[in-house]
Write a protein that binds this ligand. Structure first.
Ligand code: NAP
Length: 277
């Protein structure tokens, strides 16, 4: 085994659109090492087999993405406190044949906004990313979170599954143009609306009834400017897309595997080239 050759990968399904190989191979080069980051597309029935393959072939670690972020839990030997609280793992380190699970999505979400003073948040959507983001906002000690989803039953199930795990107040609302966001200082889009493909020309909301200091965080990263972000800019609001979140979650995962900080700017440069050139 060549210790200078870093073997990394990602398990999920589908993986055809994953940018992680580009980000992580840039990270490997940025610390002056050689290595690879391979895609392992597999269904739930082949998860155990895939993990064993990675263990037996000297992989240093791997990312886990949809649909296996929860499925992976039962295979882990150790789980980090934050990942355990969320019940989802996106990063696994392999050390002496044991599997250590972490969740770096929260770090990725927080990093671009960690210095902001925020009290009241609205999250649009109640899926997997929204779940990690609730924990991120709780970590930031936000006072109130409103989860706005098109299906109020799903939103209620979502908030009820989280209430006991966080300190922040959380409530649910039906996603509509009539919502009053005048008290909200950060609005986070966790729906796929605006994303390249069939949703590209859509926005979850037109940003009526808002506070003029609202910060808009669209976690969609492709295209660079979603319809929501275009509306936000037209209204003079501060906003960001999801690219930094993607880069920071990847950088944190790399740091866990390699015990070294990759060059974030190089990672960002390769992502910018890939998506928006
Ligand atoms: P998910 O688990 O499928 O959740 C999607 C949420 O959006 C659900 O609440 C869904 O509601 C809602 N939704 C879907 N279509 C909608 C519509 N037409 N109108 C209103 N709500 C709608 O997906 P996810 O994993 O949370 O990902 C959500 C988005 O975040 C994706 O675009 C993904 O690319 C992005 N993302 C970015 C990062 C990053 O690092 N920047 C990380 C993760 C995800 P229903 O349950 O009613 O369908």
């Amino acid at each position: 085994m060549d210790k200078n050759f870093l073997k990394l990968g990602i398990i999920g399904n589908p993986l055809s659109h994953s940018i992680s190989p580009i980000l992580q191979e840039t990270a490997i080069k940025s610390i002056g090492k050689n290595g690879e980051y391979k895609k392992f597309e597999c269904d739930k029935e082949h998860l155990s087999e895939t993990i064993n393959f990675l263990k037996e072939n000297n992989y240093l670690g791997f990312n886990v993405t949809i649909p296996h972020k929860e499925n992976i839990l039962k295979y882990l030997d150790f789980i980090d406190e934050t990942a355990e609280k969320i019940g989802a793992v996106n990063t696994v380190k392999i050390k002496e044949g044991k599997l250590y699970g972490y969740n770096t999505d929260i770090f990725g979400f927080i990093e671009p906004i960690k210095d902001k003073k925020l009290n009241n948040a609205a999250i649009l959507g109640a899926g997997g990313a929204a779940r990690a983001i609730v924990f991120g906002l709780d970590k930031l000690k936000i006072k109130n979170i409103s989860v706005c989803a098109r299906d109020i039953n799903k939103a209620n199930i979502f908030i009820n599954s989280l209430k006991d795990k966080i300190n922040t107040n959380i409530n649910s609302e039906i996603l509509s143009e009539n919502l009053d966001f005048s008290n909200i200082d950060i609005l986070i889009n966790c729906t796929p609306l605006g994303m390249k493909g069939k949703f590209e020309n859509q926005s979850p909301i037109n940003l009526n009834n808002i506070n003029k200091n609202l910060f808009v965080y669209d976690i969609v990263y492709n295209p660079q400017e979603t319809v929501l972000l275009k509306i936000a800019k037209e209204k003079g609001l501060e906003c960001i897309n999801g690219l930094d979140m993607l880069i920071y979650q990847g950088a944190k995962a790399f740091e866990i595997w390699a015990n070294k900080n990759p060059d974030i700017q190089e990672m960002k440069h390769s992502a910018l080239n890939y998506f928006y050139k």
